[in-house]
Every structure is written in structure tokens, then in C-alpha cells.
Design a protein. Structure first.
Ligand code: SF4
Length: 437
């Protein structure tokens, strides 16, 4: 029986100090609607979560006496940024004042306060611990960086992963590589054939918010890729090498190099999984990668509906049908298929989205949904989609449960599974088997 929680609204002053307002209950947002959050959907803000003061925005709450929804005028609205492995059920509810700045590329989940703790409407959707904040010792990461830079002095990719990803962005995937464990990132592409509204690696000059990391500026060779990934696959626990990272464009634009790298890798080792995170835009390239030895694919999408997808991804020279075809091809080659489902309450749980998602799951025989939070200013996103009214949404929790009952074979998570889970007992208490050192 989940705990019944009803937290008070929180607000922030200009300095970012956060206070509770005991005259208002916290609520959530779905699309353009402010809604009460069911008491059993709140969990404590997980460790590694952050709290943001939302400039130019007044929080909405429910008056504890009248039950009416009203604004909190004591300060600015507050939202939570959920740590990896968690999916949010509701956004922060607020009224945006004129001239309020666009919010940077983070997720803005509802939050409240009760009995000395912050709460969020969310779920831990993944037991894998690979990106737990407490699992990273930065001193050991630096030692690993020194060791690898000495081992591969001429490798531009290892230098990029060291200086930019592990030591500047604190990227969990890159740090895991330097700690010789789990999923190792392989960025390859300086360019992309999509123009996502909320692209995390490139934002046009005229947009007022920055991308969260800079895009790779060179094209690695297959030899550079193989040089550091082969030892990782041979030695790391539960090893995965993953093409397609946040610090690059679209990896399928570099498919020939990736194909040659996979061939080189598989000439030396058959251990572990070779995965690609991609927008799925080039099915023929995906076919070539499967023939070379690709084990799994994760296709990113904000929606299973063509119009909603195209309004956000703004694809160049590819169509929604191409990404469906890419998923089917990997399945035909016996590979594992996931979608990186960018969740936005009020859009993701619309009835029409549920129907489109069911069609995608059935048509592609999809293996897994990785339920990720879409990192974007909610007002900006809805305006870019051309959505001026919402409502009639199922609720994200309800959507997850309905799909689970309808497709019991469909797996849920947040990360690409290692081959041990793909070919073994997927639900096995994997986390306990992952040594943290
Ligand atoms: S597919 Fe990735 S790299 Fe390309 S625009 Fe979208 S977020 Fe950016």
C-alpha cells in the first residue's frame, strides 16, 4: 500500500531560498492544466535530484480551507529536476508572467513539502544503479582519466571523453568508462539531420537558452573507436558500448565508420553488447550495422504520432516511417529494440498518443520503453507543437499500468540493458549484481 502524502506548496525568494506555504496544497501540471496529484503518487525527492526557482512564474496551489485553486504570491514557483532512473508524473504548476525568461533545458517536475521532506510525483522506473550520484568518486574518475590518457595518447575520442565529458560535464556514461564499468559512450557525429526544438547539443543563435553541452567537432576513425572500446568490452562488468551520445549530432550520419568499428571490435571480442542511440532516420544504415554485429538500438522520440514527432524533431530528409522501419530491421536481425520515450505529462498520456503507441509497439514488436523526462520549458514546448489546449489525459502512471497489462512482455526502464539482461533473466535483481568500486 503506497503512502498517502499531501505536501504543502513551496515557493522561493529572489535568492533561491525555498519556503513552504501551509495555506496551499501542492498540485501538478498536465499540458496546460493545473491538477490535484493523487496522494499515492508522491515519493520523496530521490537523492541526486535538484530544485529550481522558476523566475517570472507564480506557483498554483489548492487552498487548504476553501479547496479553491489559487496563486501563491509570496514568491516564485519551484520545480524539481529528477535524477536518472526516475520518471515524473506531473510538471510543476504555475502561471507565467509576461516577459518571463524561457527556462533552460531541464525537466520541471512538480514538488511539495511535508514533515521535513521534499516530495515529487514520480516513480523509480529502473533498478539499474549505473548513474546513481553516490556511485561516483570523482577522485577515482581522475585517476582513471590519467590512466587512459597515458594508454591512448593519440586517441582524440578518449581525450574528448576525458576533458569534456568526464571532467567538465560530469557525464555519468563517460565517468563509468573511466571507472572501467558498464556502459561506455562512443560519440562520432558532429552533424545531425534533425533540428529538435530542445536539442541538448546545439541551439541556434536566435534562441535565448544554451545547449547543455557542446557538440563533437571532429569525425573519429574506426580505429580510434575500436582502440578503447575493445578493452572495455573484454574487461568491464556488464559491458556495453553505445554510439549516440548527448555531446554529438546523429550517429547514423557516420554509419560507415561505425560499421567498420563494429567489424573491428567483433574481430577481437564477442563479449558485451554494441548499442546505438539514434533518431532512427536511416534504416538502410541500420541494416548495415546489424550485419556488422549491432546488438541493440534505442530510437529517441517525443511521440508515436507523426505530427507531434515532426513538430519537435523537425526532420531533414527522413520521415516518421523511417524510424519505424529502423526498429523493425533490428528486430528482424534478432537485436533488442527500445524507444527513448521523452515523457511530457499532458501530451504523452493523451488518448490519441496511447493509441499511436500501441500501434508502434505491435507493428515493431518493441522490446522496451525507456521512460525519460523531456527536458524543456513546458510553455515553449506546447507552443512549438501548436497545442493551445489540452485535457482528457490518462495520467502517466495510468498509461504505464495500462500498457504493462496490455503488453506483459514489454520491458520498462531508463537505460540500455547489457547482454546479460537481454539474453538472461531481465528482471533478475541486477542492481545487487553490479559491484560499485
Ligand atoms: S536528434 Fe539529437 S542531436 Fe539531432 S537535433 Fe535532435 S537532440 Fe539534437
Amino acid at each position: 500500500m503506497s503512502k498517502q502524502i499531501r505536501p504543502y506548496l513551496v515557493y522561493a525568494d529572489d535568492e533561491g531560498n525555498i519556503f513552504e506555504d501551509r495555506s496551499l496544497w501542492a498540485v501538478g501540471r498536465s499540458g496546460w492544466e493545473a491538477l490535484p496529484v493523487p496522494d499515492d503518487q508522491w515519493i520523496e525527492l530521490p537523492s541526486g535530484g535538484n530544485l529550481y526557482q522558476l523566475p517570472g512564474r507564480r506557483a498554483i496551489g489548492i487552498d487548504v480551507h476553501t479547496g479553491e485553486m489559487r496563486l501563491c504570491l509570496k514568491g516564485w514557483a519551484v520545480a524539481a529536476f529528477l535524477p536518472p532512473a526516475h520518471t515524473g508524473f506531473y510538471l510543476a504548476a504555475y502561471e507565467t508572467l509576461p516577459n518571463a525568461p524561457v527556462l533552460p533545458l531541464f525537466c520541471y517536475t512538480a514538488t511539495g513539502w511535508q514533515n521535513g521532506k521534499f516530495y515529487v510525483p514520480a516513480i523509480r522506473i529502473e533498478q539499474d544503479i549505473r548513474q546513481e550520484c553516490k556511485g561516483f568518486n570523482q577522485h577515482k574518475v581522475r585517476l582513471g582519466v590519467r590512466e587512459k590518457l597515458n594508454a591512448y595518447p593519440h586517441n582524440r575520442l578518449v581525450k574528448h571523453l576525458a576533458e569534456n565529458c568526464a571532467l567538465t560535464y560530469y557525464c555519468p556514461a563517460a565517468r563509468n568508462y573511466f571507472l572501467n564499468r558498464w556502459e561506455c559512450p562512443v560519440p562520432t557525429s558532429p552533424a545531425c539531420n534533425a533540428q529538435c526544438v530542445g536539442c541538448i547539443s546545439w541551439q541556434p543563435e536566435e534562441v535565448s537558452i544554451p545547449s547543455t553541452q557542446d557538440r563533437l567537432t571532429f569525425k573519429p576513425t574506426a580505429e580510434e573507436i575500436a582502440e578503447y572500446t575493445i578493452p572495455h568490452l573484454e574487461q568491464a562488468p556488464f559491458p556495453i558500448v553505445s554510439f549516440g551520445q548527448g555531446c554529438e549530432g546523429e550517429p547514423l550520419l557516420m554509419w560507415r565508420t561505425i560499421r567498420d568499428a563494429i567489424r573491428l571490435i567483433r574481430q577481437h571480442t564477442h563479449r558485451g553488447s554494441i548499442n546505438i542511440n539514434t533518431n532512427g532516420s536511416k534504416p538502410e544504415a541500420v541494416k548495415a550495422l546489424c550485419e556488422a554485429g549491432l546488438n541493440s538500438i534505442r530510437v529517441s522520440m517525443n511521440s508515436a504520432r507523426k505530427n507531434i514527432y515532426e513538430a519537435y524533431y523537425r526532420p531533414r530528409h527522413y520521415t516518421f516511417a523511417d524510424i519505424v522501419k529502423s526498429l523493425k530491421i533490428v528486430k528482424e536481425y534478432g537485436g533488442w529494440t527500445s524507444i527513448n520515450y521523452l515523457v511530457f505529462p499532458g501530451i504523452t498520456d493523451q488518448k490519441a498518443e496511447y493509441e499511436a503507441l500501441c500501434q508502434l509497439i505491435e507493428e515493431t514488436q518493441l522490446d522496451m520503453i525507456q521512460w525519460r523526462n523531456l527536458n524543456i520549458d513546458p510553455d515553449w514546448y506546447l507552443k512549438e507543437l501548436g497545442v493551445d489546449h489540452t485535457g482528457d489525459s490518462l495520467g502517466i502512471k495510468q498509461l504505464m499500468e495500462t500498457l504493462h497489462n496490455q503488453y506483459p512482455q514489454l520491458k520498462y526502464g531508463y537505460y540500455n540493458p547489457p547482454i546479460e539482461r537481454i539474453r538472461g533473466d531481465f528482471e533478475k535483481d541486477f542492481a545487487r549484481a553490479m559491484p560499485i568500486h
